[in-house]
Design a binder for this molecule. Sequence first.
Ligand code: HEC
Ligand code: HEC
Length: 248
Amino acid sequence: MLSLSAFSLRRLFGLSLPLAFMAVACALPAAAATGKNGKPVAAKPATLGAIPVGDPVGDPVAGKLKIDSERCQECHGSDGNANGVTEGVGAEGRFPRLAGQHVAYIFKQIRDFRSGARNHATMSMMAKGVGDADLADIAAYFSAQKRIRAERIANTDVGRNLFLNGDLTRNILPCLGCHGEDGKGGSANGVTYPAIAGQHRRYLQKQLVEWRVRERTNSVGGVMNTITQSLTDAEIDALSDYVAGLGD
Ligand code: HEC
Ligand code: HEC
């Protein structure tokens, strides 16, 4: 469980913004680690919830062909923006944009869909059907695409305020601390935070609700579950609008 105070928050986000998330120091007390010989092992600087980088580097040109043969484009769009396929009604209609998403994040989600750490029947099937070598090319391709929003979203003060300042009395950490002020996340110092800016608002809303009710629990240390725990429906809507409207 995260225990937050003004002090720990300064340690977390007191670095130069907007890239504080690149060097976020963990507010959790480090578990006393001991080596084989029983001596304490120097703890690496931890990063709350961050995803380790280190996946195979793929070829985006090969990836462009593979999104067709592996069928990813049917739902995520040929440019990874899922424009046109996501605006429909129905239980789905919430296909996420993969354009501009970080490779390490894409890999982690596919592994989580395969293992069941993240639940989604269709994606679990797709993830089991694609091998890591092909996925490396596909991720390289999607990651290199520009995120293009089909819709313009009207932002509200509620969403902006929560994104920039959070609400520490309710364990809501400011989103910018990890996803960056521009919402584009980032990969640096061996870790990644996902890009959320310009994502489809219905998809964002669905994820935030699923984090809150713990239907999605795959963030390291449950960090996104903690952060969303006390968000109201109206606040989730406002945040989804704000984040969907961020970006170029
Ligand atoms: C039949 C539709 C469909 C196909 C085909 C499909 N996806 Fe998905 N994908 C989805 C849906 C729907 C989600 C969102 C799941 C959720 O709501 O949690 C998703 C989520 C994802 C995510 C997580 C995105 C995020 O922001 O967390 C990744 C990565 C992904 N898909 C990659 C792929 C790849 C790679 C392929 C091809 C091998 C593929 N998908 C094929 C429907 C599809
Ligand atoms: C302490 C770091 C941290 C903070 C603060 C944070 N997030 Fe996250 N967020 C993450 C990480 C890490 C993930 C990826 C989890 C995973 O491994 O699947 C994530 C995932 C997400 C996702 C899912 C993205 C996708 O494509 O499916 C959304 C949406 C999101 N965060 C929104 C927010 C919002 C809104 C806030 C502020 C209220 C916020 N986050 C604050 C670390 C953070």
